[in-house]
Write a protein that binds this ligand. Sequence first.
Ligand code: ADP
Ligand code: MG
Length: 305
Amino acid sequence: MEKYDKLEKVGEGTYGKVYKAQDKTTGQLVALKKTRLEMDEEGIPPTTLREISLLQMLSQSIYVVRLLRVEHVEKNGKRLLYLVFEYLDTDLKKYIDSYKRAEGQILSRFPSRVIQSFLYQLCKGVDHCHSHGVLHRDLKPQNLLVDKEKGILKVADLGLGRAFTIPLKSYTHEIVTLWYRAPEVLLGSTHYSIGVDMWSVGCIFAEMVRRQPLFAGDSELQQLLHIFRFLGTPDEEKWPGVSSLRDWHDYPQWKPQSMANALPLLEPEGIDLLSKMLEYNPSNRISAKEAMEHPYFDNLDKSQF
Ligand code: ADP
Ligand code: MG
């Protein structure tokens, strides 16, 4: 790791710290991410190798953060792997927060054409993963990196969690956020599909518009109740099979609220797209590819992507 100058800690995520660093020879800025993948006597386990080559393949898209190198490090007799990524200014959470702090001032609006462009790029990145048979499963603003100057958004934090279940606590014992989790996951479905990512995309879309999370639950039950209160309690008619899911109970009955009233800043095409992303039945939920063709994007200059 002598090749790099560690500059500052930029993130403390689910599995460890992420540092901004500079390559001493080329001057390139990179993000160093220590993985929890340890090597054994024989070197890198084959499952790990598979994950890394998948990540390398996916990061060929400009809408997925680029994995530049993998470095092996010996530390206190332990052999660790560092992933070296291209560096981006910020993540979408910090970006949204910067607008929040500016509230009340003239520059406080998150321009709707930026939201449209970010959502389109997010769909591109997600579609890229899905067309390679990979689900992200943890899409949230912290896992989307932003280049403010160029107006680019990229999907990050991909791949390494797939062989494992989504952790409930991070290594600092912080609770992992449930806010972007699809209702079928919260209800204990073991059948994951691309719909789990598209639900998260919908939550992120609404959060860009509102500048605050759409469903901010602090437990799995509270998270479900937030969703039901807004979209109405699902039933067999809206979502065939829902009452056979593992964690289904008799929940309070709510009627759906008007999405347009809840998101007055979003134009009707946007409301329509959002409602298709927040569709209860995962098999009817819009895919990333379909979303990219939605009329909401009609006035976007797609040739720039
Ligand atoms: P974790 O699995 O720990 O959540 P992430 O890859 O999501 O790891 O990184 C944690 C945080 O570090 C991100 O939310 C982001 O703020 C920052 N970060 C990660 N990768 C980069 C990068 N390539 N450039 C800039 N910041 C990054
Ligand atoms: Mg993360």
